[in-house]
Ligand binder design. Structure first.
Ligand code: T5A
Length: 218
């Protein structure tokens, strides 16, 4: 295996179960002797979490789509420089709940921003760094939003700025992720996320075992 740790991102629509699965993935890898950094976007550092707060705050007036895009990359740059790159450099594996594929899906397919402009920022902030693997938690929009609503009711939470979007927005995002998965088959692994938690974990085990074999670590 190369010196650098593997960079694995978790993607999908709202309520797909990424956060629920993050702990399972980290534990699975730790049990096999791998040091794991578990993190999320937007967020992951103090400054990036402050930017996340602005991005998700539904009490703020509507934000220009370009502002949203630039804030995503501002948060990402801080996260990369302070946390992700240092961890990868010492051989730790990074499990990141959302990354730049979310920007293509949400700001590109969802908001309709030009993908070429996203690509410019991607290269500017990341250079050559791309996720080694992206686990796409694919779920139909209705089931995902039902989960989000049930959680909001249960925990008495307000829905955030993205969760308040119409279902057509999330349809475009799902289409976008699936298109990217077709376009980058070496990077993407699709998880059928509408299944019960235990079945999702079985799929994850299968995918992670294969990743470990490829990384010659098992
Ligand atoms: N965004 C982010 C962009 O627009 N561009 C970007 O570049 C980036 C990085 C982040 C928002 O920012 C946007 C996308 C997002 O809208 P967030 O709160 O981090 O906000 O949003 P999500 O990542 O979508 O987090 P969610 O919590 O909504 O979804 P998860 O993490 O996929 O789902 P999870 O695990 O929290 O589960 C949701 C509920 O479903 C239940 C859980 O218990 C929970 O209640 N659940 C299941 N129920 C039944 N069966 C299963 N298999 C289940 N798995 C989970």
């Amino acid at each position: 295996m190369s010196q650098r740790g593997l960079f694995i991102t978790l993607e999908g629509g709202e309520g797909a179960g990424k956060t629920t699965s993050r702990t399972y993935i980290s534990e699975f890898l730790k049990q096999r002797g791998i040091t794991v950094l578990e993190t999320r976007e937007p967020g992951g550092t103090e400054v990036s979490e402050a930017i996340r707060h602005v991005l998700l705050d539904s009490a703020l007036p509507a934000m220009h789509a370009d502002t949203e895009l630039l804030l995503m990359f501002a948060a990402r740059n801080e996260h990369l420089q302070k946390k992700i790159l240092p961890a990868l450099a010492v051989g730790h594996w990074v499990i990141c709940d959302r990354f730049t594929d979310a920007t293509y899906a949400y700001q590109g397919y969802g908001r309709g921003l030009d993908h070429a402009r996203i690509a410019v920022l991607e290269t500017w902030a990341q250079g050559d760094l791309r996720p080694d693997y992206t686990l796409l938690f694919d779920i139909d929009v209705q089931t995902g939003m039902q989960r989000v609503r049930a959680r909001s009711e249960q925990l008495a939470l307000n829905t955030d700025r993205f969760e308040q979007e119409k279902s057509e927005f999330f349809d475009r995002i799902r289409t976008g992720y699936l298109e990217r998965a077709k376009f980058y088959p070496d990077q993407y692994r699709i998880i059928e996320a509408a299944k019960p938690v235990l079945e999702v974990q079985q799929q994850l085990k299968h995918v992670l075992d294969a990743i470990l074999v490829k990384a010659s670590i098992k």
